[in-house]
Ligand binder design. Sequence first.
Ligand SMILES: Nc1ncnc2c1ncn2[C@@H]1O[C@H](COP(=O)(O)OP(=O)(O)OP(=O)(O)O)[C@@H](O)[C@H]1O
Ligand SMILES: [Mg+2]
Length: 356
Amino acid sequence: METLVKKILDLQESTNRMNSVIESLDTGLMMVDYHGYIKLVNRAFGSMFDLPVEQMVGEHYDVYLSAYNLRPLLNECMESNIPVRLEIPLFYPQERIIEASLTPIEENSQQFGIVAIFRDLTAFRRLEELRRDFVANVSHELKTPLTSIVGFTETLLDGARKDPDTCKEFLQIIYKEGLRLQRLVSDLLDLSKIESKQVSIKMEVVSVQLVVHDVVETLIEQMQAKNLRLLTDVAPLMVKMDTDCVRQILVNLLANAMNYTPVGGKVTVKVKQDDRHWMLQVMDTGIGIPERDQPRIFERFYRVDKARSRNSGGTGLGLAIVKHLVELHHGEIEVESTVGKGSIFTVRFPLEYSDT
Ligand SMILES: Nc1ncnc2c1ncn2[C@@H]1O[C@H](COP(=O)(O)OP(=O)(O)OP(=O)(O)O)[C@@H](O)[C@H]1O
Ligand SMILES: [Mg+2]
C-alpha cells in the first residue's frame, strides 16, 4: 500500500514538474487528440495568438482557431498524418511571424493526435531584413560615385583631355567623387568598428570647455565662409569622458547644424549639468526636420532630402555614428525640431560612468 501511495506521489510530482516546464517555455505548445480536442496548451501559445488558454483544454480546436490559418494546417496534418511546417504572419495583437511545426504522434502504434510547436521568428526575420537593406544601401551609395568616376575617365580617354579646361573640370569631378568614396568607406569602417565594440572607451577627467573650444576652432572658418554665427554657452565643467568620442559626436552635430542652416543663420553649442547628467546641446536656426522623419534620422543612410544631403557631400551615416558613440558612452540623444525654424540636438551623458 505504502509503495503505491509513493508511486502516485512520485507520478504527481513528475507531472507537476513537467507542467511547470511547459508553462515556462517561450515556445507555444498545443496538443490535440485524434478527434481534434485540445489536450494541452501553454501560456506562450495563449499570448502569441491572444487566446484564453484556461478555457481551451477539452474544446475542439475549431472553436478557437478559426481566426488564424491554423485550422487548415491542423486539418492537413490530421488527414495526411505527416509533419507540416509553415510560417504564419500575424497582424493581431502585434505584427509577427510565427513558425508552426505540426507533428502527428502515435500511441501504441495508433494515431493519437498532433503536437504543434510555435516559435516567434519576428526578431530573426527583422535582422535579416536589416542586413539585406544595409547591403543594398551600401551598394547603391558606392555605385553613384563610381559610375561618375568611370564615365568621366572614359570621356577623358576618348579625347576630352585635349581641351585643358574640360580636362581640369572633369578631373575635379573625379577627385570630388573619389573623396566621397573615401569618406563613405571610412564612415562605414568607423560604424562597423563601433558596432562590433572594437573601440574601447578611455575615460579621463577633462574640461568640457577645452574640448568644445578645440572642435569649434576647426570649424570656425567654414562657418564664417557661410556667414553663420557660432555662439557657445559652455559651463566650466570637469567631467569624465572619452575625449575622442565626445569630439566626434560634436563634430558631426556641428557639421549638420552648419550644412542644414541657410546663410546668415545661427548655431549654438550649450553645455550644462543637472544632478546626474551633463548635457551637450547643438542648436541651429536651420531648415528643421519634419516630425515624421525625426525618429528615423539616426538610421544608417536615412536622409530627409537625399539630393540636398548628397550635394553637401553627406553619406547619411553621421547621425548613425553619433548614436552609437553616445550609447557607447552610456548616454542618450534626442532631437527637437520645427521645419523652417531650426533643430536642437541634446546629448545626455551620465556624470558617473560605470563599465557595467
Ligand atoms: N541640424 C539639422 N537640421 C536639419 N536636418 C538635419 C540636421 N541634422 C540632420 N538632419 C537630417 O538628418 C539626415 C541624417 O543626418 P546624418 O548626419 O546622419 O547624414 P548626412 O548629414 O546626410 O550625411 P553625413 O553626416 O554622413 O555626411 C540628414 O540628411 C538631414 O536630412
Ligand atoms: Mg551629417
